[in-house]
Design a protein around this ligand. Structure first.
Ligand SMILES: [Zn+2]
Length: 301
């Protein structure tokens, strides 16, 4: 980052401290007495709210249902982070910008920075960690434990409160994990074709493989080359189901479906959620549950 930009951000930090405090956390005066938590994206904010309840005020940095890998913070985000008590990161390379672009600019004294995937059994993929841990109920539970510890450290008086609330989400996530284990046990197929390779932790735990096809620029028209690649994949593996996250446009999905059906016959296009925000009236945990239903249609039925 250039020096001039750095200086101007530092200035903004000083000037903006009071403003950001009032805008982000004090619109409700009671909120200002709560523990101020910044989570980088929706699933972490969801877990933090479930665990923290009334004692915390949670702000989500990355807007809902946008591409997270290329997102970068603005100067006002840096001010928001500067004014927080606890910063919750996914880690594993997802919020890569925190270390390089935010950490050098903020005063960390008194703040707790939680890397929720630190020390977890991460998957290496092309020499990089696969960051999509939150899509696995098992990994999400381990991430939630990190959030619980941070809350207790910052606010020991709330220990019992946080632990009770944590137990609720822990048993919910255990229940979802059990359901995945049992209901995917009798698979007839073991490969899914997905828009974005985000399901590595599910694949590893529940015994299947994922093949990603679309990448991240799904707003464009699918190219004839892409269509023929998908057809080849589906023929090779005898697969009739394609998985798409609903943040991809309908138009794109319909074109692919039409092209494939012209050449392969009946093709099912099923939704699989990336859980990057509430969508289709479903929250994070409901999307995890819905993903299982969808996986069953492609792998078991
Ligand atoms: Zn992703």
């Amino acid at each position: 980052m250039k020096k001039v930009l750095l200086v101007s951000i530092l200035l903004l930090l000083i000037v903006g401290t009071v403003i950001a405090y009032s805008v982000t956390f004090s619109s409700n005066p009671i909120k200002s007495e709560k523990i101020k938590v910044v989570a980088t994206f929706y699933p972490l904010a969801y877990l933090a709210e479930k665990i923290g309840g009334e004692r915390v005020s949670v702000y989500t940095l990355i807007p809902y249902n946008v591409e997270v890998h290329d997102w970068q913070p603005s100067p006002s985000d840096i001010i928001t982070i500067e004014n927080s008590d606890i910063i919750i990161l996914n880690g594993a390379g997802l919020d890569w910008w925190f270390k390089s672009e935010i950490l050098p600019l903020i005063n960390t004294s008194g703040k707790i920075i939680v890397d929720t995937t630190e020390g977890l059994p991460l998957i290496l993929h092309n020499n990089q960690y696969d960051p999509h841990t939150w899509l696995s109920p098992y990994m999400a539970k381990l991430q939630a434990e990190k959030i619980l510890s941070a809350f207790i450290k910052k606010d020991p008086l709330g220990e019992k409160y946080y632990e009770e609330r944590f137990k609720e989400i822990e048993s919910k996530l255990n229940e979802i994990d059990e359901k995945y284990l049992i209901e995917l046990e009798n698979k007839k197929k073991d490969i899914i074709i997905v828009s974005h390779e985000a399901f590595g932790y599910l694949a590893e735990r529940y015994g299947f493989k994922q093949i990603g096809i679309i990448g991240l620029s799904a707003e464009e028209e699918p190219s004839p080359k892409l269509i023929s690649e998908i057809i080849e994949l589906m023929k090779t593996y005898n697969i009739t189901t394609l998985y798409f996250d609903p943040i991809y446009s309908d138009k794109y999905v319909k074109i692919i479906k039409n092209e494939l059906e012209n050449k392969l016959g009946n093709v099912n296009i099923l939704k699989i959620y990336l859980c990057l925000g509430p969508i289709d009236n479903k929250d994070y945990f409901e999307q995890l549950e819905e993903n299982l239903e969808s996986l069953k249609k492609g792998l078991v039925e």
